[in-house]
Design a protein around this ligand. Structure first.
Ligand code: ASP
Ligand code: MG
Length: 420
């Protein structure tokens, strides 16, 4: 039994879907579960629609664009009038419209909770289209609602999985379905025990696929991407990137943690726990070797370059030149944890403590409000965090050139700077 995950770029238009069907036909296993993301940039578009509705502004035009985008793909793939895909999509869009209307008029529930109810439609739409298209291509398959299987708590937008419940229901239902034909489901989504939708964090479909692979004791998980495999840097930023043919779980977890965008950081743990190999493959070159990530151990020598944008460096100093004590640190860490602000890098000196985090304006403001009575707080935004794993002197020279460095940190394997 294998799990395939298809990301947004692999379902972004009609040709992409034809290619997906080709990959399933040519390379698919006997028992196959397909996890799909929203099409192209749909999640970003739905975030915009949601923001407008939440701010009680007119969202019709922005929603209309997304509807048109899906319609163009479907019209090309299903020329037959009255095909059932049309009714399903219409139904989904009218549900979405109602949901948005409700948000705009009633503003019930928190921003994050309502966000999940709206942004989740991207995956519902794409999975319905993939389901019908594979069917039309002669690949009979079952569409499954992943919200009924991936059970989570109510940490909206970053829901935590109830593993015991999730594994039980997946094991109860899916093996029998998979024995008959492939199953198509959504990435990114979870559900609470009272029927609300949650999401697992942006780019979380990889994680969904790993959850299914874990619970089904899959033979492997393949993530189909628009790159040749796991590369040592983002080819959009660096020339002459190198593909890693083989990586250990450990090495990959670290890269994902530092912000390598190829794989969602939570993906590896469930796979490693059951030693399920992960293949990162190119949907543009399905026969290509890709990268295999597995339970292996060997030294990686090629430096990996990882860049995070939109970083913010916040420093706290105790008032009156007092030292930063462990008690002070406790207060700061508590506030960070309460506000779900993640530390990408930290450093302390005698009288100050600094953290580098992703910029969330709202959360940053709340952090300042919470702590400003006890600390003097300064921050810089619009920064970048560069990490080099397995660095060499040359690689350091290369990334430092022309940058203003605000903070630098080095361990035996890893070199990091916060800069602009
Ligand atoms: N569609 C979601 C996102 O763009 C989840 C994913 O693609 O993995 O964040
Ligand atoms: Mg996506």
């Amino acid at each position: 039994m294998k799990v395939y995950k298809f990301g947004g770029a692999s379902v972004k238009d009609a040709d992409a879907l034809r290619n997906l069907a080709h990959i399933v036909k040519e390379y698919g296993a006997n028992q196959l579960l397909l996890v799909v993301s929203a099409m192209g940039k749909t999640t970003n578009a739905l975030e915009q629609v949601f923001d407008l509705a939440y701010q009680q502004q007119d969202f019709a035009a922005t929603l209309g664009h997304s509807q048109q985008y899906h319609a163009t793909i479907v019209n090309e793939l299903f020329p037959e009038q009255g095909h059932p895909v049309y009714a399903r999509l219409e139904h989904l869009f009218s549900q979405l419209q109602q949901q948005l209307q409700l948000i705009a008029t009633q503003r019930k529930g928190s921003y994050d909770q309502q966000y999940d109810q709206v942004v989740s439609y991207g995956e519902l739409l794409s999975s319905v289209i993939v389901h019908y298209f594979l069917q039309q291509q002669g690949i009979a398959n079952t569409w499954v609602d992943s919200r009924k299987y991936i059970q989570t708590d109510t940490t909206w937008r970053e829901a935590r999985v109830d593993w015991a419940w999730t594994e039980r229901v997946i094991k109860r239902d899916l093996p029998a379905l998979l024995e008959q034909q492939p199953v198509v489901t959504q990435g990114f989504l979870g559900g609470t025990n009272n029927g609300l939708t949650t999401t697992l964090g942006r780019e979380g479909s990889d994680f969904s696929a790993a959850i299914f692979a874990y619970c089904l004791d899959a033979e492997s998980l393949s993530i189909w991407k628009d790159v040749a495999g796991l590369l040592n840097a983002d080819p959009k930023r660096f020339a002459d990137t190198v593909r890693y043919p083989l990586l250990s779980y450990q090495e990959t977890v670290e890269m994902a943690y530092y912000g390598a965008s190829v794989i969602h950081p939570k993906t590896i743990k469930p796979l490693a726990n059951k030693r399920i190999p992960l293949y990162v493959k190119s949907f543009l070159d399905p026969a290509g070797e890709g990268t295999e990530i597995c339970d292996c151990r060997f030294e990686v020598t090629t430096p990996a370059y990882i860049v995070k944008d939109r970083q913010c460096l916040v420093s706290f100093s105790a008032k009156d030149f007092a030292f930063i004590s462990e008690k002070n640190l406790g207060t700061i860490f508590n506030a960070l944890s309460e506000l779900r602000i993640k530390i990408n890098l930290m450093q302390n000196s005698a009288i100050s403590f600094s953290i580098c985090t992703d910029l969330h304006e709202e959360r940053l403001q709340k952090l300042i409000d919470t702590l400003q009575d006890q600390f003097s707080i300064h921050y810089n935004t619009q920064l970048q965090l560069y990490t080099i794993k397995n660095y060499s002197n040359d690689s350091i020279q290369e990334i430092m050139a022309g940058k203003e460095v605000l903070l630098e940190q080095r361990t035996r394997n890893t070199f990091q700077i916060v800069c602009r």
